[in-house]
Design a protein around this ligand. Sequence first.
Ligand code: ADP
Ligand code: MG
Length: 575
Amino acid sequence: MIKLFRYLKPYRFAMITALLLVMARALTDLFLPTLTADIVNNGVVSGDIAYILRVGVRMLLVAAFGGVCALVGNYFTARASNGFARDLREDVFRRVESFSLNEFDKFGTSSLITRTTNDITQMRMVLMMSMRMVVMAPVMSIGGLFMAISKDATLSLVFVVALPVLFTVVTFIARKGTPLFRDIQAKLDNLNLILRERLTGIRVIRAFNRDEYEKKRFEKGNYDYTATAIRVHRIMSVMMPSMMMIMNLTTISIVWFGGIRISYGQMMVGDLMAFIQYGMHIMFSMFNLSMMFVMIPRAAASAARINEVLETQPEIVDADVVKKADAKKGYIEFENVTFSYPGAERPALRNISFAAGPGEVTAIIGGTGSGKSTLSSILMRFYDVDSGRILVNDVDIREMAQSDLRSRIGYVPQKAVLFSGTVAGNICYGKDDASEDEIRRALEIAQASDFVDAMPNGIFSEIAQGGTNVSGGQKQRLSIARALVRRPEIYIFDDSFSALDFKTDARLRAALNKETAESTVIIVAQRVSTIMDADRIIVLEDGEVVGIGTHQELMATNTVYQEIVSSQLLEEEIA
Ligand code: ADP
Ligand code: MG
């Protein structure tokens, strides 16, 4: 938790102001009972109305001053703690942005979301409370005790009994509660996970009539979370009544013993009243102080979770001195590359070697799970290779800046992803400053103009969250347009034509051929018809290259390729 305090630094002035104001407020609270004592001792007892009014007005003024201090003080604590939370959230977000896919796999998306939102909120709340308490409680308890003793030292002996009792009860309860607070955050993670799956998978859930099942799963997580929360609150709810009981018993004893002392003429009525108020202040601040001991472990649990994110170093980072790869354009070379996913038993790709240059189309074909998408991922450096190296324009991609590498590549992922916003906004993801003409041109080549023009606002039509208001094939074409608008040196199409009908597929490829004539193109495809004309076809099986060549060459020599072709011809004949 201490480590996160550095985020408070920009707010030190707000904090100091807040603390001073809270202190002023505490002092007024300590001062008010002496005025009460004055009024009762010197005004009420002798019936001096003028005196009562005079001191009364002073009390009002002091109370008003205290009120204003509290108000402004709370404003500054809110400012400091919310600013702290905002800065922290921003840093966590930025750190997560820098993560490579390894780290995403490690934390899980849901947990990253909870950590960025709920955990930071927990810290913010505790911070706000502590800023209010940290001055208030010691000043009020020590000052209160001091004032009480100065009013009547003998009667103060009551606190010798009351305070230890209060402290014991509160710490006992707090001890029981804190382990549960840690549980709560973990259960919230789980609840979040279920909820996310339920919301993103709604179509599948409906289609398979799994509503009931999902509902049960959510209910289970929800009850689990609720049960823990209830347990915590049940424990905590004992706190308030027991504290009130102790406080009231203390007040009764003060009145009891105070009454005796008054009847012997050892104490004045006003002083007794002041004494009761001090008693309240002392007990309350003791209570608050112990509450802090409850809250702090909870915040510490959250802080640890946040720190874990902040301290995770992304595995893939740019080298200190990065090389530019401007000498050539569009040259790719895989040199004996082997790669395994973290934790996987066997490599997803083994001993891959090939080279591609501008103006060439390299196709990758192979069964599902043969490593085609993995090959594009490591070329984009989403993961680092185990051995061998990948060169782009003769520079090892680990020596380039990631942004430099990726800016050279127009990537169309296997699973098209669109963002909420307009069509144009989504296309501009490829190139920030794309003009309207460039956007239209990219859409034209991607065979997306027709349906985009048919949308109510053309290229300024809204795309719903997750791109749910366009079809799979339309999504693919938009994500192709997004890659096209960059006019990159290298194109990677990962199975990007699978959702298109044969006619659109053919038209799109004809248009693409013209557009990408100068670039290096890597096409991952299932259909032989899509890749027949490629300059080089790489046949992958179980992560290994089992053949490289043109269609004709492979047809003549490669059995795996022959099988793929014949199975597809059969399908077409049947169709
Ligand atoms: P393809 O695109 O050819 O269908 P992939 O490249 O997606 O195949 O996957 C190749 C292999 O790597 C598969 O066996 C798959 O189980 C594994 N794999 C893919 N993605 C991951 C991942 N993120 N973590 C672990 N293993 C993965
Ligand atoms: Mg794939």
